[in-house]
Design a protein around this ligand. Structure first.
Ligand code: MF3
Ligand code: CO
Length: 263
């Protein structure tokens, strides 16, 4: 099923100039996540949050690589953001849903600017949340940064995957297998895949100029997923909470440069 040799030969290495263009797109993504994050409160709808995101992206001169995205078997994605609440893992479609005190909500946003794409996601609390939910957010965010800490020249993709999986599972959580991080830059999804679990495939060796999104999706319960009726939303099969934190990074001589942290 996996075609490692073919895959690793399909990686597009970026120049310093290209990395700066991804960073420029990433700054817009960061502004979206920060501004939407500040608007999250009980009573707001996910559609209202989408409107904030689409306005910022349009005003920046950028476009959305999510809008109209149609991988095989899916209807075209209808929004600028994915907004996923509680047991929704990823790809929730914003709309009329009203956020409630105690919910957790993931905002996932991509921006294309001047031909280059940044991609990032963050899970936010809605009002006051339970200690159990807060712990899931903390551990998933930590898993992202533990993955990023492994991202440097000479390491392998599996070193990132292992760090993420180990951190999540050592807290009793599970990582989703069906979805992975991904190369990103000229296209939203490039080679290589960045799984959040280890397998026999250790993945390519990391080289300067690689740019990719690291994105742990961590379930409080079991790892199995199901699709929602809209054919986009992916939920935990057991109804447990799920969190998702994502940054786009570049491999540089000193390690990983985070391109979606607003710097
Ligand atoms: N950030 C997600 C990803 O990298 C969202 C893409 S799904 C889309 O896969 F359809 F919204 F584009
Ligand atoms: Co992504």
């Amino acid at each position: 099923m996996r075609e490692t040799a073919l895959r690793s030969s399909g990686i597009h290495l970026k120049t310093r100039e290209e990395i700066e263009k991804i960073r420029a797109a990433g700054r817009v993504v960061h502004r979206v996540l920060r501004t939407v994050g500040e608007a999250i409160r009980p009573g707001v709808t996910t559609g209202e949050l989408e409107d904030i995101a689409s306005r910022i992206i349009s005003e920046s001169g950028g476009t959305s690589p999510f809008l109209g995205y149609a991988p095989n078997g899916h209807p075209p994605y209808p929004a600028y953001t994915c907004i996923s609440v509680n047991d929704e893992i990823v790809h929730g479609i914003p709309g009329r849903r009203v956020l409630q005190e105690g919910d957790i909500v993931t905002i996932d946003c991509g921006v294309e600017l001047d031909g280059y794409i940044g991609d990032s996601a963050w899970t936010f609390p809605v009002g006051r949340i339970s200690p159990r939910a807060a712990r899931l957010l903390k551990v998933t965010e930590e898993a992202l940064y533990k993955g990023i800490a492994q991202a440097r020249p000479g390491k392998r993709v599996a070193d990132i995957s292992r760090a993420i999986q180990h951190h999540a599972e050592s807290h009793g959580y599970s990582v989703v297998r069906e979805l992975t991080g991904h190369g990103v830059g000229r296209a939203l999804h490039e080679e290589p895949q960045i799984p959040n679990f280890v397998s026999r495939d250790r993945g390519p060796i990391l080289q300067c100029g690689m740019t990719f999104a690291i994105e742990p999706m961590v379930n409080a319960g079991r790892r199995e997923i199901r699709y929602g009726d809209d054919r986009w939303t992916i939920l935990t099969e057991d109804g447990s909470l799920s969190a998702h934190f994502e940054h786009t990074i570049a491999i540089v001589p000193s390690g990983a440069l985070i391109l979606t942290n607003g710097e």
